[in-house]
Design a protein around this ligand. Structure first.
Ligand code: BJW
Length: 237
């Protein structure tokens, strides 16, 4: 077998669970008190902007209070040391990969600490609240929304993701349930292009059968173990 050179890593809410950020689909998950259609669709936002803005104001506070955990730190270490192509595609809207030091990160579902002005189409860092409907600092319209991708909207930077998947020798999925497309289909796309596929999760995901190997456990333990293996493999090449 050829040595692994190019890696695509898909992360989901499970990697941030041990940083205190709730996942979506656990029994006590984020949407326990909210129906997903009431908060995570453009239609819901049009119908009840106050409810949706308040939900994301709360999420923003949670992100600001959270700290990266050993799984984020391990991926940052791999990013810094891996000599081949590497792309961390995260579905998460938190910035914990970046705060741990990772650089090759792509947020396919947007960023919780950013706002998007739908009047002038500007995107900007945002750490305050939006439920008070502040004006856009650029065009002054009252048309700011969280810069995140809701159901029915196109995830960001799909061309870059598909290009990376085509070149990947290894696809690794960490802490995602495989319930939301197009991310849930990445494993199939990577495999069709010849990649090995590894899943790291607390429990098997919906698409578990697509992976060559599944390692089960908390991300803060199994991600650093896997990263050490990869770096050890580099040293012995
Ligand atoms: C641990 C752990 C620990 C816990 N250690 N692990 C029918 C069929 C197919 C598709 C569709 C369909 N009907 C509609 C669609 C499309 C739709 C979709 O997928 N719907 C599904 C409900 C079926 N998708 C879309 O609309 C997307 N857009 C789209 O498809 O555009 C068209 C297109 C087509 C082709 C190419 C390109 C585009 C947009 C999806 C947007 C999703 N947005 C959200 C909200 C973002 C903002 C926010 O954060 O509020 O993104 S939904 C939510 O789910 C969020 C997440 O990123 C996403 C995935 O969730 P994730 O991360 O997997 O979390 P959980 O909770 O599900 O799982 C956590 C996992 O962690 C579990 O497995 C645990 O075991 C594990 N875990 N603790 C390790 N300590």
């Amino acid at each position: 077998m050829q040595p692994i050179r190019n890696i695509v890593i898909l992360t989901g809410a499970g990697i941030s669970a041990e940083s205190g950020l709730q996942t979506f689909r656990a029994a006590d998950g984020l949407w326990e008190d909210h129906r997903v259609e009431d908060v995570a669709t453009p239609e819901a936002f049009a119908r009840d902007p106050d409810l949706v803005q308040a939900f994301y104001d709360m999420r923003r506070e949670g992100i600001l209070a959270a700290q990266p955990n050993p799984a984020h730190a391990a991926l940052a270490r791999l990013d810094a040391q891996w000599p081949g192509e590497l792309l961390i595609v995260t579905q998460n809207i938190d910035d914990l990969h970046e705060r741990a030091g990772a650089r090759r990160v792509l947020h396919m579902h947007g960023e919780g600490l950013a706002a998007w002005c739908t009047a002038c189409d500007s995107r900007m860092p945002w750490t305050g609240t939006l439920r008070d409907d502040p004006p856009c600092p650029i065009c002054h319209a009252h048309a700011l929304r969280p810069d995140i991708v809701w159901f029915g909207e196109m995830p960001y930077r799909m061309d870059e993701i598909f290009a990376a998947l085509r070149e990947a020798d290894l696809f690794v999925s960490i802490g995602t349930s495989g319930a939301v497309y197009p991310a849930a289909g990445f494993v199939q796309q990577a495999r069709e292009c010849g990649a090995e596929a590894l899943e790291l999760n607390l429990e098997r995901s919906q698409g578990s059968g697509w992976f060559h190997e599944s390692r089960l456990g908390p991300a803060s333990a199994i991600v650093p173990e896997w990263v050490e293996e990869m770096l050890e493999g580099l040293r012995s090449r």
